[in-house]
Design a protein around this ligand. Structure first.
Ligand SMILES: Cc1cc2nc3c(=O)[nH]c(=O)nc-3n(C[C@H](O)[C@H](O)[C@H](O)COP(=O)(O)OP(=O)(O)OC[C@H]3O[C@@H](n4cnc5c(N)ncnc54)[C@H](O)[C@@H]3O)c2cc1C
Length: 382
């Protein structure tokens, strides 16, 4: 039955909204999650599946990531469904000498902040991942705590548990507007009916700006398309989450406006390799194009020549909910009582989403959070 009223309405059923809804339900709140699509959300069901800290910057970024790592482990114990979270270790491959200055600066900043990383040489990289091409590896940054998950199972596991705890999940239900009177949230208007509420969480990922418009605020989140390939199932082939350092260099130098690509690889529990990635600005267009499929295949075959004879069974693309400073937007919004932001997780929402869900629950239930959210409040853009 369509709910007439809720203590809290969460907009968006990706990893972030699902984590918010789960933690609120666990805290005994009457929560309704509204998602315009099916289970899994958008980017949360179509990504590279890394739970990754290596490229997270010193400061609030790495603190949020580390907190979320703990939450992933906690969820592994709490949730009934296995979401295939493996801390197999992460390798950021330094592909050539030109990437070294960027990597070294990053390592220095992280060490200064108390989150050091280890640099390893090519021989050690090849010991860890013998199928990589020797000539493509100059060295790597290694993190034993990084790894990957099955993000679709993660969302499903959070949803099932939230429902058991009494949360109501409305899929294929679109939020059309938010009722605000005297600067206070009063209702959420959907295409299936109106829900009275005083608290709304904007967990709409790349669509977070449209939800902001509904209450008259500007939310600087924009979609940035990234594509991936899925191979046929293979016997154990890779044990680490692997990313090329080009991602970090791109982040530092500003992402190319055209078609770009960099190395990403991991192996899911079912044996399929997720390989990628390519990026381009497409607005909200999810289609993949031949050029990006070829680019991803080329980049990955170069890095791991055995892939040449492996079949690709699928390609997909979705959007990073991008923010200008590569950090999420979390917390209350000045001037709109009852409106809470939980979007803009950029390329790190699978890793950071569960942690954000817990922090938003703390904010709503206790009025304070384990990690202060001032630095990631929307007000930083004003
Ligand atoms: C190819 C690719 C690879 C990536 N790799 C990684 C990775 O390895 N590790 C990592 O940590 N991150 C990765 N990311 C980023 C990560 O996927 C995102 O940061 C994360 O999924 C964002 O989660 P979310 O819940 O905020 O957004 P989403 O999953 O997009 O969910 C938002 C939901 O809000 C819903 N919504 C929007 N508007 C409305 C409305 N009006 N009414 C109702 N519902 C609405 C949408 O339908 C959507 O389902 C990757 C992203 C891509 C595209």
């Amino acid at each position: 039955m369509f709910p007439q009223e809720a203590e809290i309405v969460v907009i968006g059923g990706g990893v972030v909204g699902s984590a918010v809804a789960y933690f609120l339900a666990r805290a005994g709140k009457n929560v309704v999650l509204v998602e315009k699509g099916g289970r899994g959300g958008e980017a949360s069901a179509a990504n590279a599946a890394f739970v990754w800290s290596i490229t997270r910057k010193a400061g609030i970024d790495i603190r949020l990531a580390m907190h979320s790592f703990d939450i992933h482990q906690q969820l592994q114990v709490e949730l009934e469904m296995d979401f295939e979270y493996v801390r197999g270790g992460g390798l950021m491959i330094i592909e050539d000498k030109t990437q070294l200055p960027f990597v070294e600066t990053h390592l220095q900043k992280r060490a200064k902040d108390g989150y050091p990383l280890e640099m390893i040489d090519a021989d050690r990289v090849l010991e860890l991942e013998p199928r990589l091409a020797r000539e493509r590896v100059y060295g790597a940054v290694y993190s034993p705590i990084d790894g990957f998950t099955n993000p679709i199972f993660l969302v499903l596991a959070l949803n099932l548990e939230a429902q058991k705890l009494g949360a109501q999940l409305l899929h294929y239900t679109e939020v059309l507007d938010i009722g605000v009177t005297d600067g206070k949230v009063k209702s959420v208007i959907t295409d299936k009916g109106t829900i009275k509420t005083q608290t709304v969480v904007n967990a709409a990922g790349s669509w977070g700006g449209f939800i902001g418009d509904m209450v008259g605020i500007q939310v600087p989140v924009s979609p940035f398309q990234l594509a991936m390939l899925v191979t046929e199932q293979l016997p154990p082939t890779l044990s680490h989450a692997i990313m090329g350092a080009s991602y970090m260099v791109e982040e530092d130098t500003g992402k190319d406006e055209g078609l770009g690509g960099g190395l990403i690889m991991s192996q899911q529990a079912a044996g399929n390799l997720l390989i990628g990635a390519s990026w381009r600005k497409t607005g909200y267009d999810r289609r993949t194009i031949q050029e990006e499929i070829e680019l991803m295949a080329r980049v990955n075959v170069r890095a791991m020549p055995m892939l040449k004879t492996v079949r690709i069974i699928r390609s997909y693309a979705n959007f990073f909910p991008n923010t200008p400073d590569d950090l999420p937007i979390l917390g209350r919004v000045d001037g709109v009582e009852g409106f809470i932001m939980a979007c803009g997780h950029c390329g790190h929402g699978v890793g950071m989403g569960p942690g954000s869900g817990k922090l938003i629950q703390e904010l709503i239930c206790d009025g304070k959070t384990t990690i202060p959210l001032d630095e990631v409040n929307l007000s930083r853009f004003r």
